[in-house]
Structures are given as C-alpha cells and as structure tokens.
Design a protein around this ligand. Sequence first.
Ligand code: NAP
Ligand code: ZN
Ligand code: ZN
Length: 352
Amino acid sequence: MTTTPAAATVPAYAAPTPGAPLERTAIARRPVGEHDVRIEIKYSGICHSDIHQIREGWGEGIFPMVPGHEITGVVTEVGPGVTRFSVGDRAGVGCMVDSCRECDHCRAGNEQFCVRGSIATYNALDKNGEPTLGGYSTHIVVDQAFTLRIPDGLPLDTAAPLLCAGITLYSPLAARQAGPGKKVAVVGLGGLGHMGVKIAHAMGAEVTVLSQSLRKKDDGLRLGADHYYATDDPETFEKLAGTFDLIVSTVSVPLPLDDYLGMLSANGALVNVGAPEAPVSLNLLSLIGGGKALIGSNIGGIRETQEMLDFCAEHGLGAEIEVIGADGINAAYERVLSSDVRYRFVIDASTI
Ligand code: NAP
Ligand code: ZN
Ligand code: ZN
C-alpha cells in the first residue's frame, strides 16, 4: 500500500496585503517529492528586493507574501531520487527554486534567464500553479537542482546573504574580470554593495566605494576598499572623471546615470544591479564618447552561485550582519529604507 505524504504546516512571517506590516502566520510546505530536499531554515537574510516586492514597487504581487531568498539551514529529509544531499548537510536556497531546465539558458547554467521564466523563491507560481513562499519561515522544500551546498568554512548566519547579495555582485565582477590592474567602483554600501567590496578586493581589483556620504568610510576601508568618496560632494564626479574600468551600481533608487558614466574610462562598463521602482533617464552621448557600456545583471545561475560560495569559503568571506528576531522584521525594513543597515539584517529562524 502506498501513502501520499501530507503537506506540512510551518510558521512563517508574511505580508497579508501589499505594503502591510509582516505578521506571523502558518503556511503549507509541499510533501518531499522524488528529487526534493526539506531544509530546516536557520537563517534568512533581508534583501531590499523583499521590500520592493511587498510594496508592489515592481508591479502586482501575490499575497499573502512570505519574502526571503537568502536562506541557509540543514537538510532534514530527502526524496528517494536525491543524490546530491543527505540528511544533516548544510544547504542554501537563493532567488530561484525552479526553471524549465531545457532551454539554451538553463542548459548553459543561466537559469535566471530561462525563456519560460525561472521560478522565483517567493512571489511566483510554481509548476503546479501554487504560489511560492520564501525564507521567512522555519522550513522549505526545494528540488535538489536548486539547492546549494554551504561549504564547511562558512558559518550559516554570515553565509545567508551570499545567496542573493553575494552572487549578484560576484557574477558581474567575474564576468568583467575584476582583478589585478582593474579599477572597480561600487556604488552604495548596503547589503549588495558591501559584498561587492569584499569580493572585488578578494579578486585583486583596486576598489573604490561611492557612497552618499563619508559616514561609513571607516567600514568601507575595513571591508577592503582602497578609496572612498562621497557622492553628495559634486567635486567627486570631477575628481574621478575617466577613472574606472568598471562601476557596479547597487542603488535602489534612480541615479543620475550620466554623472556616473562620466567616471568610466574609455571602453569601461557601468553594470547596474540596483532595481529602482521608477525609470531613469540617460543621455546616450554619455555612452558614445568613450565607447562605454551600460549593462544590467540579474543574480547568477545555480552553478555560478555554488562557485561563488566556494570562492567565499576559500577567501573567508561572509556578510557583515545584524541578526534579528522575527518580531524585528518591520523595523529592519525601515532601517534598510533609510540606508541604516550595516550591512545585512539576517533573521534567526528559531524566532519565527
Ligand atoms: P540596501 O542594503 O538598501 O543598499 C542600497 C544602498 O544604496 C544603500 O545602502 C545606500 O548606500 C544606497 N542608496 C540608497 N538610497 C540612495 C540614494 N537616494 N542615493 C544614492 N544612494 C542611495 O539594498 P540591497 O539589498 O543591497 O539592494 C540594492 C538594490 O539591488 C535593490 O534595488 C534590490 O532590489 C536590487 N537587487 C538586485 C538584484 C539583481 O539581481 N540585479 C539582486 C538583489 C537585489 P550608501 O548609504 O552607501 O549611499
Ligand atoms: Zn535579493
Ligand atoms: Zn529554461
């Protein structure tokens, strides 16, 4: 006789309606399928994307919404077809939980560009049409193909933000060969930006932070920056004209892009990973003169995310975190919105 395993009900924090404060609730996690692992979540990072989405800043969302795509924990159950994980393994989940797995992008390991749409960890519909629910919870069930291995050298709390902030900066830095002899600027010293500084420094690049003020200068230099400038000082843009091979902007609001493009050297690239809710304007002459590129970058594929985790373990890199209890999520959101995060809030899942 076969029995159908039952879905499990677990506690979570959800926004019941757009923009509403998050509150404790209970959600169902699917039974562990053939290729699934069940993870007991230990830590879940708070990404600015969580805030954009619960406020519907990028468009209509699915509610109640359980955010969270920077998840680390321990495997507690595996399906019969699981080959890559065992009970007790340290595991992570990032921004995606599935994709078509057949298109050219999926086959190339760029599931984030899946032509049928990768399935986001929350605020999306899974292959059965059920809403996906993210990491602000105590457990999650995910296919092994979208589950990451957390190397032994990385603590689970400081590793959690690597699953989004880490890969989002690692991918464009690696793609543009940030390394010795390259001048790299990171705009915005927040969750993404501080990982960008650490990773670009570990890759061997000469790193500059471009922050709104000099308020976090000591931190920036300690994290690995060689230089630190305030963008509220108009002279910064003149002083640094034509300087950088690569600028990565992590800023969550529209920036005057022409001013930033002016700081690139000829053939330099401005990679934008910040995802403002409003459009930006651009004078195309800012690109033409120096043959400059303006590029978007979207997290990174599963294979590259594992490569990033291994790189961070090898270089002893984790996020600078402030661990909070689940009852502090709403206050943490306000602090993120006022650029008062040093440098990632991480929820201790045992408090959910
Ligand atoms: P965050 O921790 O809030 O960091 C953003 C930083 O931008 C702030 O700390 C601040 O740094 C700077 N900033 C904020 N307001 C600014 C303003 N008015 N003018 C200039 N600078 C300002 O956010 P995050 O979690 O790192 O995420 C950043 C953005 O990336 C969000 O839009 C998020 O949705 C997006 N994102 C994109 C991807 C992707 O794949 N492309 C992945 C994850 C997140 P200073 O105080 O140093 O100026
Ligand atoms: Zn994120
Ligand atoms: Zn695909």
